[in-house]
Design a protein around this ligand. Structure first.
Ligand code: GLA
Length: 694
């Protein structure tokens, strides 16, 4: 007997099928199939032939491939008895629960020991499929590995794209050709990590940013993931995502993967990007006050570091407000005896040497400037040189001889007393002060990975959010070390990178936009001479790169000359004038003909307006700028385009190139096929073009 199931939205269909009560397999995933498609035929049509040198039947590439069915690749589940003996389940269909946009398939094994559930839900608006595996055991067992429901990868794909990075260099694209065997990524750092953003894009042959078929995957978990992209000897391909292996230290009766977010796109990488961006913003993140415009930030870290002086901070706050800042974030250095990064983490009490009258005088001043107040914590961490460590050395995770990270250890977040201590300290500070924002940092990897640690962090965040529902939280981990949809269920912004170098940021923001919308992506105008790269960058470029995302400043405003301050004020004003529509816009990565130009188009939800940011990251090979094709416009509609920052053209741009002096009215067809011809400009500059549907 063949059983089949389908989930559809307007652009994709997912078909699952199962024969002889075996585990189901995804037998079709791609463009929407007609309603009347015979799914049993789809199931049978998918089967591959048998020839010499093969088994007499092909084992299913199921949602959880089983070692017991001679599956020739990586199994979806590896589990042991409580005493350590391997357990090899062979699952049999138990029941299904079918709702309009969701599906739950349940299977039990031959002994009735394990029940496996595969849960799928398809969001018809965002086009994101959330898939999750749940395993129940009749007695405690050791889980080694469990994949979220397994999806096949397309046969017409030549390469896959995943994400690597480092401190100050997040979201670098890796392109790996498909080959027989495995592309295996496993993150054992215990946090999402700069190195291993848990995402994968599988473009089909010929796909670009703006066209073609592509499949996107993201695993929403902050404790380290494992990805297997495997091509079997018969040519079939599978994608597995789950927690890193052996992350559960204790035998248990219940296991769940995090949600795997997946989608099919019929308009290139941008189809994946828009789905991820909308799903994250509209379904995953829960803003305390969704109507509140994202405020312009000022963060004092790169202005004062640990050297907090009340008068200076007040002066900086006044200047920042004058530039347009609406929220002042007091970074590391306000607590304990935190004069440098060797000490005081966990001593979450206001430092009376720096703030003899507490934080209130600073907060009152910030409020008098029309700004709200945010504050930095690094809750999961402890310095051995701290009062709390001296009182509770057993609260730290890992052995005494472990290698330190930034002179600090992680707290054991699974201990109830640690959880209560952190809740009380942080909650106390929040209750005693008018704080509307926490920058929540996590600056080291764990000594050994452990899922209980991540669950402990999530539980603390959840408890604090229940107690202080109006407070927004930013996820930071030495920049972008903890960015994923799991942490973003509990937070509202990410600190993408500790690099405020606008050239680096331009590239990172471009790649991160495959997953992250503007609403959650923090981007700050850094110092004239970047502290992490040494590059000296003009204020115009720094300001426009920050204005691509959730804008803020992080330099010492006292360093700004009059012209720099004017430019920054103007760009910030432009951002606040436009943020209401930009916050809900889709960020579309453009296929720039010039590799030196990194460009995107932010298109409003209704399609009535857009802004193009064309950043020149380096020197072009050719003399004149190549036209930049836009995307997702209506071909026969007319658009008015105008250069927002015409005044930025340098003297070396000598011609009378049209956009420099006037707006132009052009059709969508022209703008998408030919593209916008921009004036010449130096490297490290940004052209900003606004477009209006007529
Ligand atoms: C991390 C963060 C920085 C800053 C420092 C403070 O490095 O990424 O933005 O908050 O910690 O110590």
């Amino acid at each position: 007997m063949i059983r089949t199931w389908r989930l559809d939205d307007s652009r994709q269909t997912l078909v699952l099928g199962s024969q002889n009560a075996h585990l189901a397999e995804v037998v079709y995933w791609g463009p929407r199939l007609p309603d009347e498609a015979d799914l049993e035929v789809v199931y049978r049509a998918n089967a591959i032939d048998v020839t010499g040198g093969m088994l007499d039947l092909n084992p299913e590439l199921s949602i959880c491939p089983e070692a017991t069915r001679t599956f020739p690749g990586q199994p979806g589940l590896v589990i042991r008895q409580g005493d350590g003996r391997p357990y090899l389940p062979k699952f049999c269909f138990a029941n299904d629960e079918i709702a309009e946009d969701s599906l739950k398939l349940s299977f039990t094994d031959q002994d009735g020991t394990l029940t496996y559930h595969a849960c799928f839900s398809l969001d018809p608006v965002t086009h994101v499929i959330e898939a999750k595996s749940v395993l129940e055991a009749t007695h405690p067992m050791h889980l080694h590995w469990m994949s979220a429901p397994v999806f096949p990868a397309p046969q017409s794909s030549d390469e896959m794209i995943d994400f690597a990075g480092r401190w100050c260099g997040e979201f670098q694209l890796n392109r790996t050709p498909w080959n027989a065997g495995i592309r295996y990524r496993e993150n054992r750092t215990g946090r999402t990590g700069h190195e291993h953003f848990p995402g994968l894009i599988v473009p089909c042959r010929g796909a670009s940013n703006a066209s073609g078929h592509a499949y996107g995957f993201h695993y929403g978990w902050s404790g380290g993931h494992r990805m297997v992209a495997e091509e079997l000897p018969d040519g079939r391909r599978q994608i597995q995502f789950g927690h890193a292996t052996r992350l559960e230290n204790d035998p248990q009766c219940h296991f769940e993967t995090a949600p795997l977010y997946a989608m099919f796109s019929d308009d290139g990488l941008n189809g994946c990007a828009v789905a991820f961006q909308r799903h994250l913003r509209d379904r995953v993140v829960r803003f305390p006050d969704p109507e509140r415009p994202r405020p312009v930030h000022y963060n004092c870290w790169e202005a004062v570091y640990f050297d907090h002086k009340l008068d200076e901070l007040k002066e900086i706050a006044t200047l920042a407000a004058g530039l347009g800042a609406e929220r002042f974030v007091l970074d590391d250095g306000w607590f304990g005896s935190r004069d440098d990064d060797t000490q005081a983490l966990s001593d979450w009490e206001v430092d009376p040497r720096k703030y003899p009258d507490g934080l209130h005088p600073l907060i009152d001043h910030i409020h008098s400037q029309g700004m709200t107040f945010g504050i930095w914590f690094e809750p999961e961490m402890i310095n051995p040189d701290s009062n709390i460590f001296r009182a509770h050395p057993d609260w730290a995770l890992g052995g005494e001889d472990q290698i330190m990270g930034r002179q600090q250890m992680a707290l054991n977040m699974a201990l109830p007393e640690v959880h209560d201590f952190l809740f009380e300290r942080i909650s106390g500070i929040l209750a005693d002060h008018a704080i509307d924002y926490i920058k929540w940092d996590h600056n080291r990897v764990l000594p050994t990975p452990d899922a209980a640690q991540t669950r402990g962090s999530y539980a603390l965040l959840d408890r604090l959010r229940t107690a202080h529902p109006k407070v927004e939280i930013e996820s930071c981990a030495s920049g972008g070390g903890r960015i994923d949809f799991g942490i973003l269920q509990r937070t509202h912004r990410v600190w993408l990178s500790d690099s405020n170098d606008a050239v680096e940021r331009l590239k990172m923001q471009h790649n991160a936009a495959i997953f992250l919308p503007m609403a959650v992506t923090g981007s700050h105008v850094g110092p004239r001479k970047c502290h992490t790269s040494g590059r000296v960058i003009d204020i115009r470029f720094r300001a426009w790169v920050a204005a691509q995302r959730h804008m803020g400043f992080e330099m010492d405003p006292r360093e700004l000359g009059a012209d720099e301050a004017r430019v920054l004020r103007e760009v910030t004003q432009w951002w606040t004038d436009n943020r209401d529509w930009m916050v809900n816009a889709d960020i579309l990565r453009l296929d720039s003909a010039d590799p030196a130009v990194i460009a995107e188009q932010q298109l409003s939800q209704t399609g009535d307006r857009f802004v193009v940011f064309a950043g020149k990251a380096g020197t072009s090979a050719q003399i004149a700028p190549r036209p930049l094709p836009l995307t997702r416009l209506t071909p026969d509609a007319m658009y008015r385009i105008e250069l927002v920052n015409r005044g930025d053209a340098p003297a070396l741009s000598r011609g009378d190139q049209a956009l420099k002096s006037q707006g132009l009215t052009l059709s969508g067809a022209y703008l998408m096929s030919h593209g916008i011809t921009l004036p010449w400009n130096f490297p490290e500059t940004m052209w900003v073009v606004k477009g209006t549907l007529l």
